[in-house]
Design a protein around this ligand. Structure first.
Ligand code: ZN
Length: 423
């Protein structure tokens, strides 16, 4: 995709309305609000339904043609003066249990603001424009994460997604029906042509803030590997059982926590590794655990390194299990190869941020995003704005209003160029 430098849309760029934008962020953040700040809208809960209803209402007020598909993704489309596949903006509005009001929500509300600004200024683009929010991006209730975009794009079968059982025992299909978001629009790339996809998102990491930079031109997304391990040992008295006779499931979990930290340090580069969930049974002060359930999250921008980290983890766990005399099984909860965004899209974000007078740098994303799934079907780019303290998935998540405005203006310009030019 080449930039057409002779085509300037500057004269036709309408102003966005910061009050409206922030009002919407606060209004959506008020649904499922936690005492003391932050928000909990796990996918397909009543709170998620209320959030969806609000955004749907905004889409309808904008006169968008709204389609809800069979996995509950919602796409609102604004017609262009010519037909064809839309330039799509979007993200997700589900949150983790202790989420902030910006993660995901910003990309959706920014998309609506872009459309509203165009409406206010009476600008009709050549290509249609669309704003989407994808079901269950977070994966906090149902694994895998990015479920809605995966089904939208076609690499996850609808039936399989609908049958997914969540942490509370319910299935995606049941919950979609219950909240009234099991739509009838078809899923899969063939039924959903997209000209290009652009997602504005908070960085969720510390890089932009630490370097005093306003805009991130995202080059790609780290590969992600989530594995759940179940360890079965033998419960026994913590006082009478000699150490050499123990089959301690908890020990395996503890050793793995240490091991993955050392592994990440040894592999270096972008490698990160986390044991984020751990459950011991019977979980009593004087009983050797006979059961440990824990997860390992491995990430790297380099696919070979990511595979190496997985292989070394599995080998270590096997060795450890045999030494301790416990059984270990594991299953993959999610697995995504690293993604590189379309170079032309990265260039465009960087160039426009410069043109608008913002500081900008290229960087990879440490978190998974719907954009990495959309990248399989169309040229895709992401715009990052700073996260204060690098904090996200946390009620203290915050991005300064002026940085949000900068991000939305970059989004607006990128989308206008994509919608008006031939490339
Ligand atoms: Zn997100």
């Amino acid at each position: 995709m080449k930039r057409t430098d002779d085509f300037s849309v500057t004269a036709a760029v309408p102003p966005i309305n910061p009050e409206r934008l922030h009002g919407r962020l606060q209004a959506l953040g008020g649904i499922g609000a936690l005492e003391g700040g932050g928000v909990c809208r796990l996918a397909l809960t009543d709170a998620d339904r209320a959030g969806r209803d609000l955004v749907l209402d905004w889409m309808q007020q904008l006169g968008l043609e709204v389609r809800i598909d069979a996995i509950g993704n919602v796409v609102g489309t604004r017609a262009g003066s010519e037909g064809g596949a839309p330039v799509m903006m979007g993200s997700h509005i589900d949150t983790v249990r202790t989420g902030g009001i910006y993660d995901g929500n910003l990309g959706v509300i920014a998309g609506l603001e872009v459309l509203q600004a165009l409406d206010d200024a009476g600008v009709r683009t050549r290509r249609p424009l669309a704003v989407a929010f994808f079901t269950n991006e977070e994966g906090a209730r149902f694994a895998p994460d990015m479920m809605g975009s995966l089904v939208f794009q076609g690499d996850l079968a609808l039936d399989q997604a609908l049958a997914t059982r969540g942490i509370d025992g319910s299935t995606v299909g049941e919950e979609l029906e219950r909240i009234g978001y099991a739509g009838d629009a078809p899923v899969g790339a063939a039924a959903n042509p997209v000209h290009a996809y652009v997602e504005l998102h908070i960085e969720q990491g510390p890089v932009l803030e630490a370097e005093g930079i306003t805009i991130g031109a995202v080059e790609g997304v780290q590969g992600i590997s989530w594995t759940e391990f179940t360890v079965t040992g033998t419960s026994n008295h913590a006082g009478t059982t000699p150490i050499r006779l123990r089959h301690d499931a908890g020990l395996v979990a503890g050793c793995v926590i240490r091991f993955v930290r050392d592994l990440a340090l040894e592999l270096g580069g972008d490698q990160v590794a986390t044991v984020g969930s751990l459950e011991l049974r019977p979980n009593l002060v004087n009983v050797i655990p006979n059961h440990a359930l824990f997860t390992v999250d491995l990430r790297n921008t380099d696919g070979d390194r990511l595979r190496e980290s997985e292989q070394r983890l599995f080998a270590y766990v096997r060795e450890l299990a045999s030494a301790e005399g416990v059984e270990v099984s594991h299953r993959s909860l999610a697995r995504f190869e690293p993604v590189r965004f379309h170079p032309g899209m990265v260039d465009r974000v960087e160039h426009i941020a410069h043109e608008l007078g913002h500081s900008v740098r290229r960087l990879p994303s440490g978190a998974g995003h719907d954009a990495q799934i959309l990248a399989r079907m169309c040229p895709t780019g992401m715009i990052f704005v700073p996260s204060a303290g690098g904090i996200s998935h946390n009620v203290r998540e915050f991005t300064r209003p002026e940085e949000i405005i900068a991000g939305v203006n970059v989004l607006l310009r990128v989308v206008l160029e994509l919608a008006q030019t031939d490339d």
